[in-house]
Design a protein around this ligand. Structure first.
Ligand code: PEP
Length: 247
């Protein structure tokens, strides 16, 4: 049994005043029927964790593979844990693109997350050109294999399938395309990790909004969503949480 997860990625958005959206979300959804996670900028992790008190989990958006050292501007997994985080996103396509992060680096970050006691939310996704070239499953298979460390379990790892061309664009794959990739990821996870691979949540991400959430959540092997833009507003993210709770 996999508990559904609605995860929000605030990206480089949010200041202290933005926490009012979180208060509004908690007031409107005091007992959500799914797990809820918000990943604000690192500057807000402590304050958000103090506000949510575990009712909504709080995560970082990236961590360094090392626990400490001369890495100006970076943040260690143990620091996120210390600030109140329980999760960290690793390998988001914006990090892979903006910071040239490879799957090997992402795997090292996921291992650092685990060592610090954080759940790693490992992101995968193909580009437009790769999909057009019919390479989607090859790309996803390679990223999944190389980005996911040995010893991954349903407790320490969440996978997020996020086609790059669907992020922030308003474009989404067809439900059949989502099902094809999610079924493939499930089968790869079970092939590598056995029963534990059946326990790992596989989220869909890319232009999820209140109007398309229910149909996406009804799709095979979709255990929730990683939501960018629509997680910034309590009303939109709340509607997505409701759709997932009802799925
Ligand atoms: C994301 O950043 O992970 C994402 C899915 O963004 P959006 O929902 O805005 O497409």
């Amino acid at each position: 049994m996999r508990r559904k997860l609605a995860a929000g990625n605030w990206k480089m958005n949010g200041i202290t005043a933005s926490l009012s959206e979180v208060s509004g979300l908690m007031a409107a959804h005091p007992e959500p029927g799914c797990e809820v996670l918000l990943c604000p900028p690192a500057t807000l992790v402590t304050a958000m964790a103090a506000l949510t008190k575990g009712k909504i989990a709080v995560g970082g958006q990236d961590c360094h593979a090392e626990p400490s050292g001369a890495h100006t501007g970076d943040i260690a997994a143990v620091m996120l844990k210390d600030a109140g985080a329980s999760h960290v996103i690793v390998g988001h396509s914006e990090r892979r693109a903006d910071h040239a992060e490879t799957s090997d680096m992402v795997r090292a970050k996921a291992m650092a997350a685990r060592a610090a006691g954080l759940v790693a939310v490992i992101c995968l996704g193909e580009s437009d050109a790769q999909r057009d070239a019919g390479e989607t499953l090859d790309v996803i298979g390679q990223q999944l294999f190389a980005s996911t460390p040995d010893g991954a379990t349903g407790t320490n790892t969440v996978i997020a399938y996020e086609p790059i061309w669907a992020i922030g664009t308003g474009r989404t794959p067809t439900l059949a395309q989502i099902a094809e990739v999610h079924d493939f990821i499930r089968s790869e996870l079970m092939g590598r990790f056995g029963a534990e691979g059946g326990l790992m949540r596989v989220l869909y991400g890319g232009s999820v909004k209140p109007s398309n959430a229910a149909e996406i959540f009804a799709t095979s092997n979709v255990d929730g969503a990683l939501v960018g833009g629509a997680s910034l507003k309590a009303t939109d993210f709340g509607a997505i949480i409701s759709a997932l709770s009802a799925a």
